[in-house]
Design a protein around this ligand. Sequence first.
Ligand SMILES: [Zn+2]
Length: 110
Amino acid sequence: MIRFPCPRCGDHIEAPNLEAGTCRACPACGETIDVPDPAIRRAVARLDSAAFACRCFAWTYSGLLIAVSLVALNQGSPWAVPGLFFAVVTGFGFAMLARLFEFLVANSRG
Ligand SMILES: [Zn+2]
């Protein structure tokens, strides 16, 4: 059984598992509602935490690499500029990945 509240009247609705992802009428107000799919909800929750992890990783990783590169720059190391470049590119990549996950999460919630 899937239990969920009606988005319109808040009445508690029960639907058999087989009806996950389908539409049915609310018995209280008659509104046509989507029966949530627990598997999809779990996948969305995972995607949501993946987006969060990517964002955290992008910030800490890039921040650390930029800090190290700035120290290297200060010491006149030839690796400073490539290091900075690498930090920005990979940080941007992970930030974009996080954005993609967030986009998918937002779209799956309709
Ligand atoms: Zn209702």
